[in-house]
Design a protein around this ligand. Structure first.
Ligand code: 3PG
Length: 210
C-alpha cells in the first residue's frame, strides 16, 4: 500500500486539495488539472457533493483520484465505493488505518510529530502527510525530522502555495506537496478551466528532487 502512495506522490510535485460544492463541475475541474499536468487529485470529504464528485472524476482519463479528510471507517468505505484509489487524512487512528488496510485503500495519513512518524514506519508506511505544514513549523521541522527519520517521506499540506512549495520540494524527505491554491473556489464556480489549467501547469513545473 505504501508503494502505491509513493507512486501517487511521484506523479507530480503537487496534489491539488479540492473542496467541491457542485459535483456537476467535478469532471471539468479534473480535466483542467490533468491537462495542466497534475493527475493526482484529492477530493476532501467536506461537502455533501464530495462522493459524487469522486465518482465523476474517477471517469476522467489520466486522473488518479483520491479522497481526503478521511476520519473513520465509514469514510474509508464510502471513499472506496465512490472510486477513490487513495486516501488522505489530517491525522490517524489505529481504527482508520485498519479500515484503510482491510479495504485496500492506500493511505497518506497525517502526522505532526516524530512519534506519529515512528508509529507509521512501524506499520510499514514510507510516505505520510505532514499537516498542517506551515503552522507546524514548515521546512525547518521537516528538515530536522529527516536526520533521525530518513526512511519516511512526506507530503506537506496546509499553508503551501506557489511561493513556498519549491522550498519544501527541495528537501530529500519531501515526496510532493498538497495544496488548494491550484483550484481557487472562485475559478471553480465561474468555470475558469483555462485559468485552472494555467495554475496547474505552473505547479507541475516546480522542481521536485525526491
Ligand atoms: C486542507 O486540509 O485544507 C489542506 O491542507 C489544504 O490546505 P491549503 O488550503 O492551505 O492548501
Amino acid at each position: 500500500a505504501s508503494e502505491l502512495t509513493a507512486k501517487v506522490c511521484a506523479l507530480a510535485p503537487v496534489i491539488p486539495v479540492l473542496v467541491i460544492d457542485d459535483a456537476s463541475r467535478a469532471a471539468d475541474l479534473a480535466r483542467a488539472l490533468v491537462a495542466g499536468g497534475l493527475p493526482a487529485l484529492e477530493v476532501t470529504l467536506r461537502t455533501p457533493a464530495a462522493l459524487e464528485a469522486i465518482a465523476e472524476m474517477a471517469q476522467v482519463q489520466g486522473g488518479v483520484v483520491g479522497a481526503g479528510t478521511l476520519l473513520n471507517e465509514k469514510d474509508v468505505e464510502a471513499a472506496k465505493a465512490a472510486g477513490a484509489t487513495f486516501g488522505v487524512s489530517p491525522g490517524f487512528t489505529r481504527r482508520l488505518l485498519d479500515a484503510a488496510e482491510s479495504n485496500d485503500l492506500p493511505m497518506l495519513p497525517g502526522t505532526a510529530t516524530p512519534s506519529e512518524a515512528m508509529y507509521l514506519l512501524q506499520r510499514g508506511y514510507s510516505v505520510a502527510k505532514f499537516f498542517p505544514a506551515e503552522a507546524n513549523g514548515g521546512v525547518p521541522v521537516l528538515k530536522a525530522w529527516g536526520a533521525p527519520l530518513p526512511q519516511i517521506r512526506f507530503c506537506p499540506t496546509g499553508g503551501i502555495g506557489l511561493s513556498n512549495a519549491a522550498d519544501y520540494l527541495a528537501l530529500p524527505n519531501v515526496a510532493c506537496v498538497g495544496g488548494s491554491w491550484v483550484a481557487p473556489t472562485a475559478m471553480v464556480r465561474s468555470g475558469d478551466w483555462d485559468g485552472i489549467t494555467r495554475l496547474a501547469a505552473e505547479a507541475a513545473s516546480l522542481p521536485c528532487r525526491a
